[in-house]
Design a protein around this ligand. Structure first.
Ligand SMILES: [Zn+2]
Length: 287
């Protein structure tokens, strides 16, 4: 037996995690939107060029082309669905890291959930301010090192309703985001590894008209922070204490990539038997 075949050492951190998952005291929450043709994606106004939506092309399915298997091709832009923006996506980070170069240790870290569903419901153009994060820190403690700041706005309810998700009128899309001052302030926080949203882009809908334009892209990607969009199920995370696992595909020299995103959440009161396949688990709740 080589080292990789050995079970976790009893009493080790990994052993404790494996046991906690088996008993349901640790739950894995899927924060990823499905990839399909009908999901909400960013729409750039003319003259900008939009990326391809997701599409799936059947190649063979247990037929004369392939009696024993089924398989597909798919096509999509880098920035479609739940995806991670790399620093090299934006002009301020153009000399920075591409998606295949993101540091794995920074893709797994403590999740900080800022809940502003009520504010975003009252005003679709609502933006996070510095004082909002400072208030969170007074309540829950300072932002932990290597954290992902996740902005909960309730927009995940529209993940497969493009019209409601983009919420556009003649002035452009109306979706919540972050003020330029708050984006700059977050980009200067060493503790922050990444920033996540439920909307299709990491900036507010009207952010093209902000100064600077698209401040989250401008400041955070310019400061070697990572972004993740189209998150789901943030309502199942505590404000602090969960661990997020952000796993973008390592497209060589990509500016972004679709990602599977999980949160590991402690459920101290959970009882064995209610996990993980029961209808009450997160899979059953997916919209
Ligand atoms: Zn993007």
């Amino acid at each position: 037996m080589n080292d990789s075949q050995r079970p976790p050492v009893q009493g080790s951190l990994i052993d404790a995690l494996v046991r906690a998952q088996a008993t349901g005291t640790v739950e894995i929450i899927d924060l990823t939107n499905e990839l399909s043709a009908d999901i909400a994606v960013l729409r750039l106004p003319a003259p900008y060029i939009n990326l391809h939506d997701f599409s799936l092309e059947p190649v063979a399915a247990f037929d004369e082309r392939a009696p024993l298997w089924a398989h597909h091709n798919f096509r999509m832009g880098e920035h479609v669905g739940t995806h991670v923006d790399a620093p090299a996506h934006w002009i301020t980070g153009r000399d920075g890291k591409h998606i295949h170069e993101l540091a794995p240790t920074r893709l797994i870290g403590p999740a900080v959930v800022l809940d502003f569903v009520a504010e975003a419901r009252a005003d679709a153009d609502w933006c996070l301010e510095i004082a909002d994060v400072q208030q969170w820190e007074r309540t829950y403690g300072p932002l932990p090192p290597n954290c992902w700041v996740l902005l909960r706005t309730g927009w995940d309810a529209y993940a497969r309703d493009p019209e409601k998700s983009l919420n556009a009128d003649q002035h452009g899309p109306h979706t919540p985001g972050v003020s330029p001052a708050a984006a700059e302030w977050l980009s200067q926080r060493e503790e922050v590894s990444g920033f996540g949203v439920e909307t299709v882009g990491i900036d507010a809908g009207l952010a093209a008209g902000f100064e600077p334009a698209f401040p989250v892209h401008h400041y955070l990607l310019g400061a070697d922070k990572y972004g993740v969009t189209s998150l789901q199920n943030l309502d199942q995370l505590p404000p602090t204490g969960a661990l997020i696992v952000v796993a973008p595909l390592p497209i060589k020299n990509g500016t972004a990539a679709p990602a599977r995103v999980f949160a590991i959440v402690e459920r101290p009161g959970a009882v064995a038997g209610q996990h993980p396949a029961s209808p009450s688990s997160s899979d059953g709740d997916r919209r």
